[in-house]
Design a binder for this molecule. Structure first.
Ligand code: N7H
Length: 493
C-alpha cells in the first residue's frame, strides 16, 4: 500500500503525456490484447527505455520553443523537428492477465467504461435488461482491450517508425506475438489556420489546471491544483491504493464523433437576433461553447470576438464568471450557465463563498489531451448539411480519481439539468439544462438548455440533436516508470 510520505516527485518517473503532454502533429492509438502474458512481461522491459517521460516531454517542448524563437528572429518559418513520443496504459482487463489482481482503488477503472456507458448517457439498446451502447465492436466487446500504446510525432512517418519498433518488441503480427493488435485510431492536428482548433472550429487546449510544483509559472486565471488531483498517491489523493499506482494516473479515453455540418446548419438557422445573421450565428455558437472560435472567452468579450484576446495566454483564461458583474451573480448576459466551458469548469459558480466556499472545483479538474481525427468537411457535406465522413475528437483526460474527474464532469455537471444548483431558484421553473456540446441522456438526443439567448435568459432553447456521439471508450491506467519496471515487467530475455 502507498505510504503516507512518498518520495519527492521525480518527473523522470511519470509518463510524459500526463503532466506535460507529448508534442504532436499526429498521434496513433493502438489497442492490443495480451496474447502471451509471460512473454509480454519480458518484452515490456525492452519497451520501457522507449517510453517518453515527463522530463523528456518537457525537453521536447523546450526545443520546439527555442526553434520557434530563433526562426522568428530570422523571419523564417520554423523547421519541423523530428520528435517521437511513446506512452503505455493498461485496462482493467489487462492487469489480471499479468498477475496484478489487487483493486486499483478506483471502482470505475476496475469495472471498465462499458459498464459505465449507460450512466454516462451514451445511446444504446437494452435487451433482457442488459444495456449495450451504440459503440464500435472493439470497445463494445468490453474484453478485447488489455493495453494501449500511443505514439505521437511530427509526421506519420515518425509515428510509423515507432509503431514498427514496438511491433518488433512484442512480435505483433507473428506467430510468437505477445500482443495482438485489436484497434488502431489515427488522429491528426487540423491543417493550416485550424491548427489547435477542434472540428467545430473552436480553439482547444487553453484551460488546463496547473499542477503544484510542476507548472511553476501558472498563467493568470489558471487554477493551481494539488499533485494528487492528477497523480495517484500524491497530496490530496486520500484513497488507499496499491503501491504500483503511485505517480500513475487514470486516463478516460473517449472516441467521439462530431456532426460538424449538422452543428453548423443549426447555428446558421438560429442566429442571435441583432447583428447580421452570420455574426449572430457565430455568437450563438460562442454561447453554446463559452468561447469564440478564436479562444476568446465570452465572459470577457460577450458580444464580439477578440482574436488577440483568444491568442493571449496571459488573458484568455483569466475570468471567473463573476468578476465583471459581482452584483449580478445570477446573470447569464455574458455566459450561459449551460455553456460547455461553464458546465465543465464552473469556476466561481462553485468556488464563490456564496456556495460552498473556495476549493469546490479543484478536485474535479482534469488534464485534457487527445487530438482530432477524420478529414475536413467536404463541400458536398457542407451543401447537404450532413456528415458523410466520420470526424471528431479522440478525447483522453487524466485524473487520479475517475469518480471525481471525467465521470463527475460528464454525469454530475454536463448531463445534470439542475447544475449549477445555486442558480436554479433564481430563474423560476426552467432548469439550467444540458451542456449543449457534450451533455447527453441515452435518448433521441433532444435536449433543453437555458440562457443561450442573451436577450432572454429565462428562455429554454431546444437542441434538436446531439452533435457529439460517443463511438466507444475505456478507462486506462498509465503506471509510473518505476512501477512498470518493478511490477509490470519482469527481467528476462
Ligand atoms: Fe471540452 N468544444 O469545441 O466545444 N472543450 N469538448 N470536454 N472541455 C473545451 O478552454 C469540446 C469534452 C472540458 O477550464 C473548449 O481549453 C468538444 C469532454 C473541460 O474553463 C472547447 C468536445 C469533457 C474544459 C471544447 C469536448 C470536456 C473544456 C475550450 C467533444 C469532459 C475546460 C478550450 C467532441 C467530460 C473548461 C479550453 C475550463 C474546454 C469543446 C469534450 C471537458 C472548444 C467539441 C468529454 C474541463
Amino acid at each position: 500500500m502507498t505510504t503516507n510520505l512518498p518520495p519527492a516527485l521525480d518527473l523522470n518517473n511519470v509518463q510524459g503525456d500526463i503532466l506535460v503532454g507529448l508534442p504532436k502533429k499526429t498521434q496513433t492509438y493502438v489497442f492490443y490484447q495480451i496474447a502471451n502474458a509471460t512473454e509480454f512481461r519480458k518484452n515490456l522491459t525492452h519497451l520501457i527505455p522507449l517510453i517518453t517521460t515527463s522530463t523528456q516531454a518537457q525537453g521536447h517542448k523546450q526545443l520546439i520553443k527555442q526553434i520557434k524563437t530563433t526562426a522568428a528572429q530570422h523571419h523564417t518559418p520554423p523547421p519541423v523537428l523530428k520528435l517521437a513520443g511513446i506512452n503505455i496504459a493498461f485496462s482493467h482487463n489487462g492487469l489480471p492477465k499479468i498477475g496484478i489482481t489487487q483493486s486499483s482503488g478506483d471502482s470505475a477503472f476496475d469495472g471498465g467504461m462499458l459498464k459505465d456507458s449507460q450512466s454516462l448517457g451514451d445511446k444504446g439498446t437494452t435487451t433482457n435488461g442488459t444495456f449495450s451502447p451504440d459503440w464500435i465492436p472493439a470497445f463494445k466487446a468490453g474484453n478485447l482491450i488489455d493495453v494501449l500504446i500511443f505514439f505521437s510525432g511530427d509526421s506519420h512517418q515518425t509515428v510509423d517508425e515507432s509503431v514498427k519498433k514496438v511491433d518488433l518488441i512484442f512480435g505483433v503480427g507473428t506467430h510468437n506475438a505477445s500482443l495482438h493488435e485489436v484497434l488502431r485510431i489515427v488522429g491528426d492536428v487540423r491543417p493550416g489556420a485550424e491548427k489547435g482548433h477542434e472540428h467545430f472550429g473552436f480553439l482547444d487546449g487553453i484551460s488546463q489546471p496547473a499542477v503544484q510544483g510542476v507548472d511553476t509559472k501558472p498563467n493568470p486565471g489558471q487554477e493551481v491544483v494539488q499533485q494528487g488531483v492528477i497523480l495517484c498517491g500524491r497530496a490530496t489523493d486520500t484513497i488507499t491504493r496499491p503501491s504500483w499506482t503511485l505517480d500513475g494516473s487514470f486516463g478516460s479515453f473517449r472516441f467521439l464523433n462530431q456532426l460538424v455540418p449538422e452543428f453548423d446548419a443549426f447555428l446558421k438557422a438560429n442566429p442571435i437576433p441583432g447583428p447580421p445573421p452570420a455574426e449572430g450565428s457565430e455568437l450563438f455558437g460562442a454561447r453554446l461553447v463559452g468561447r469564440w472560435k478564436s479562444g476568446a472567452p465570452i465572459d470577457l468579450t460577450p458580444t464580439k470576438d477578440d482574436p488577440a484576446l483568444g491568442a493571449d495566454p496571459l488573458r484568455n483564461n483569466n475570468f471567473q464568471y463573476t468578476e465583471q458583474n459581482p452584483d449580478d451573480f445570477e446573470s447569464q448576459v455574458r455566459c450561459p450557465f449551460s455553456a460547455h466551458l461553464r458546465k465543465t469548469n464552473p469556476r466561481n459558480d462553485l468556488n464563490s463563498t456564496q456556495v460552498g466556499g473556495p476549493g469546490t472545483v479543484a478536485p474535479h479538474r482534469i488534464i485534457r489531451r487527445g487530438v482530432q481525427f477524420g478529414p475536413e468537411v467536404t463541400p458536398e457535406e457542407a451543401k447537404q448539411n450532413k456528415t458523410i465522413h466520420a470526424r471528431g475528437l479522440i478525447f483522453f483526460a487524466y485524473s487520479a480519481n475517475l469518480a471525481l474527474g471525467f465521470q463527475f464532469i460528464q454525469k454530475s455537471w454536463a448531463n445534470n439539468q439542475n447544475f449549477p444548483p445555486a442558480k436554479t431558484p433564481a430563474i423560476g421553473t426552467a432548469t439550467i439544462g444540458f451542456d449543449p456540446i457534450i451533455g447527453q441522456q441515452n435518448s433521441d438526443g433532444t435536449r433543453q438548455s437555458i440562457g443561450l439567448e442573451p436577450q432572454n435568459q429565462l428562455q429554454e432553447t431546444t437542441l434538436p440533436t446531439e452533435w457529439v456521439i460517443p463511438q466507444g471508450g475505456e478507462y486506462l491506467f498509465l503506471p509510473s516508470i518505476s512501477a512498470l519496471k518493478t511490477q509490470f515487467a519482469v527481467a528476462g530475455k
